[in-house]
Design a protein around this ligand. Structure first.
Ligand code: ADP
Ligand code: MG
Length: 413
């Protein structure tokens, strides 16, 4: 690297106020500063943003950040700007696009956030050529893969765009990629195999429990009663969020709903109140959580199965970012798998195999009589010890009757 380690650490402290890198952050940052392309697979909360924001401040030119959601971009913009980083978004909802383009062209931006569909616009390429691009950062990079759980065709347009800048390093970031998806991301984004960096996925302070749903209201009330700190209850539909948030008022805790159907102002208010609260229960669809920085979430409860192990890991990962003990409780029922199979019939044929694999993987997480954490970590390519001592299966005596119950429910789905 052209940058001595002391200078990198100085800037880390000056810009972000942090005294040290966490885990693989240092490797990822050093590669970017050295002009090498990387795919960094780092769990939610591991600190992915910093791995492109720091090089963006240090390298001459602008880091072009591709991000799939405008809301996510605006969150990132707020926090980057708060750290004194020169950043802007270039999206259809920004009215000051002309000014942003001028800032880019005059070298006045460290970060420029764009949506993937912009990459296909000839104007955008022309603009990039006229300015100076320091690096490309591709957030939520699993979106480029049909094997990933959230394929976005527009992500495929990034490769041709980036290929116009062969000397500019690429940094792809994702929290959720199994082995198959990783290999695909490398190919699709033109990143060499040696550029793969995978962080440890274990979240040892999260206690996992997965239980058949018999009386969900009572079960959720118990989770809430046992965990006095802030928590999130995920429900699969807006209607269920509304209903549950009414019913859970009986817990005596402050309870608010969050879903994409709410007025944006209400949504923003509810989110702000949750972030500030020490005992609130947020009942939400999966629309809630991305980009929310609340380290002291003490529990995440799923009222139903999430759609994949990746989603489960990401959603439960919102608990305990401060490292303190936290719990993740999932209630599951045969209907969840029935719904998943109905969805399977609706997906395009060429994606069906991947989708089926995801349902099967989720079923094995639900069914396993062995360590949940070990299964999760193996899913992400790690080689964990056989038992963790901090999940329901490790803590409770084996439940033979439950296993047959699970099998019966799965068969009847
Ligand atoms: P991710 O995108 O991987 O989910 P973020 O980039 O949102 O994670 O970072 C999660 C949190 O960790 C943020 O609050 C961030 O400020 C914090 N963080 C990141 N890097 C460090 C570090 N080196 N030291 C302390 N806190 C950090
Ligand atoms: Mg992030």
């Amino acid at each position: 690297t052209a940058f001595p380690e002391s200078e990198i650490l100085d800037r880390l402290h000056a810009v972000f106020g942090f005294n040290a890198f966490r885990g693989v952050q240092a490797d990822v940052v050093e590669r970017a500063l050295a002009g090498r392309s990387t795919l960094a697979v780092m769990p939610t909360g591991a600190g992915k943003s910093l791995t492109y924001q720091l090089p963006a401040v240090m390298l001459p030119g602008t880091c072009v950040v591709v991000s799939p959601l405008i809301a996510l971009m605006h969150d990132q913009l707020r926090s980057a700007t708060a750290n004194g980083i020169r950043a802007a978004t270039l999206t259809s909802v920004d009215i000051d696009r002309g000014q942003t383009i001028d800032r880019f062209l005059s070298g006045d931006l460290d970060l420029l956030y764009v949506a993937p569909e912009r990459a296909s616009q000839p104007h955008f390429l022309e603009m990039l050529i006229r300015g100076r691009v320091a690096m490309f950062a591709i957030d939520e990079a699993h979106c480029v893969s049909e094997w990933g759980h959230d394929f976005r065709p527009d992500y495929r347009l990034l490769r041709p765009l980036m290929d116009a800048f062969p000397d500019v390093p690429r940094l792809a970031l994702t929290a959720t990629a199994d082995r198959h998806t990783r290999a695909d991301i490398l190919t699709q984004l033109g990143i060499p195999e040696e550029g793969l960096i995978v962080a440890g996925f274990d979240r040892p302070n999260i206690r996992y429990a997965i239980t058949a749903r018999d009386n969900p209201l009572r079960q959720l009330m118990t989770v809430i009663a046992e965990n006095p700190g802030p928590g999130i209850v995920y429900a699969p539909t807006r209607a269920q969020v509304e209903k549950l948030s009414q019913q859970l008022q009986a817990s005596g805790r402050p309870v608010l709903p969050y879903h994409a159907g709410l007025d944006p102002q209400v949504r923003a208010d509810n989110q702000a109140r949750f972030v500030a609260s020490e005992d609130m229960v947020m009942v939400a669809t999966v629309a809630f959580g991305m980009g929310i920085d609340k380290p002291d979430v003490r529990f995440v409860a799923h009222a139903a199965c999430p759609k994949s192990i990746e989603s489960y890991y990401q959603e439960t990962g919102r608990a305990g970012r401060d490292g303190d003990p936290s719990v993740a409780v999932m209630l599951w029922g045969a209907e969840d798998f029935m719904r998943a199979r109905q969805r399977l019939a609706e997906v395009e044929e060429h994606r069906r195999a991947g989708e089926r694999t995801r349902i099967d993987a989720l079923a094995s997480l639900v069914e396993t009589p062995h360590c949940r954490r070990a299964l999760l970590l193996r899913h992400f390519g790690e080689n964990p010890p056989p038992s963790c001592g901090n999940c329901d299966n490790c803590l409770e005596a084996p439940r033979v009757t439950d296993a047959t119950e699970v099998a019966r429910k799965l068969l009847s789905a």
